[in-house]
Design a binder for this molecule. Structure first.
Ligand code: R5P
Length: 300
């Protein structure tokens, strides 16, 4: 029996890399807003991988409903279904920050895994609740920061400094620096949960003078976090400023605001399709899926 990958552009790349059959998805929408996806060429299969592209301005709730419907349909035709969501929505609400709020991350994960045998994502938020706390099925969280780091390898190691905006971004900076030899520092961040405004503090007495600065983060949504950091960095006489991030939600005018800063480089991945994407998440995914030691499901 064959193995299939269901989805759009990313699924197509993945299918070619791992030599599975590609089944494109047709997306339709009724005038009242209901979504109606269809898998073309669906057939009885052994393994089925579901991976839908995410676009920057896409309605993330529509995306999720499409995913739920398609996973359920695949379950009828595939012996095992692996779900891949490149950017895991709702993962930032991993706590009841204000009394009365649902812990959305946990609730959404329960719906996602309903028809799946395994789940894969990239750089899930992993702050208070880890991916393993959200899912009860086998789950994999791929870090794309080493790939992002590769992109900056030409920067001189002795003159480049990576900045993580908060404690949670420490692991991102570490992954980013692992093959580059860059040094990194971590800021202290406080977010007002009512206004969403952030306040960042650079480590004291750190000399940024004449350095190539690269700011790394997992998600860029409103850009508030980065802009706040930039306003402090710019007070010093830095050599250049660059940004590297995995999920470019880039809501509203964020892209324009970034470009106005005239950065040396802005590099993102294609977990969310945006104009700065240069790192292809399908490659890292194919490496995981074809590694029998890491991806144990094949042996079951
Ligand atoms: C927060 O904990 C995340 O790591 C990002 O720093 C945050 O989501 C960025 O959001 P924004 O661009 O809206 O400040």
């Amino acid at each position: 029996m064959i193995n299939i990958v269901v989805g759009n552009n990313l699924a197509h790349s993945l299918a070619e890399l791992i030599k599975f059959q590609f089944c494109p998805v047709e997306m339709k929408k009724f005038c009242d807003g209901e979504v109606k996806p269809r898998i073309k060429n669906i057939r009885q299969s052994n393994w089925g991988i579901l991976m839908l592209d995410i676009y920057q301005d896409e309605n993330i709730n529509d995306y999720l409903v499409n995913f739920f419907l398609l996973a359920a349909r695949m379950k009828q035709s595939c012996k095992k279904v692996i779900g891949v969501i490149p950017y895991l929505p709702y993962s930032r609400q991993d706590k009841e920050f204000v009394k009365g709020e649902p812990v959305s991350g946990k609730i959404i994960a329960a719906h996602i895994e309903k028809n799946l045998d395994a789940f894969i994502t990239f750089n899930s938020h992993n702050h208070r609740l880890k991916l393993n706390d959200l899912f009860s099925i086998p789950n994999y969280n791929i870090s794309l920061f080493p790939e992002l780091g590769e992109y900056f390898k030409k920067f001189p190691a002795d003159n480049t400094l990576v900045i993580a905006p908060d404690q949670e971004a420490r692991d991102f900076a570490q992954d980013f620096c692992q093959n580059t030899g860059f040094q990194y520092i971590v800021c202290h961040k406080k977010r007002n949960i009512y206004t969403n405004k952030v306040k960042l503090q650079l480590p004291r007495d750190f000399d940024l003078n004449n350095k190539n600065i690269i700011i790394v983060d997992d998600i860029i949504a409103s850009g508030n976090t980065l802009m706040n950091l930039v306003s402090q960095i710019k007070k010093q006489n830095i050599k250049s400023l660059s940004f590297a991030f995995v999920h470019g939600l880039l809501v509203g005018d964020t892209e324009m605001a970034f470009k106005k800063l005239k950065p040396k480089l802005i590099v993102s991945t294609n977990t969310i399709f945006n104009e700065f994407m240069k790192v292809d998440c399908a490659k890292s995914l194919a490496l995981l899926i074809t590694n029998k030691n890491k991806f144990k499901l094949w042996n079951k």
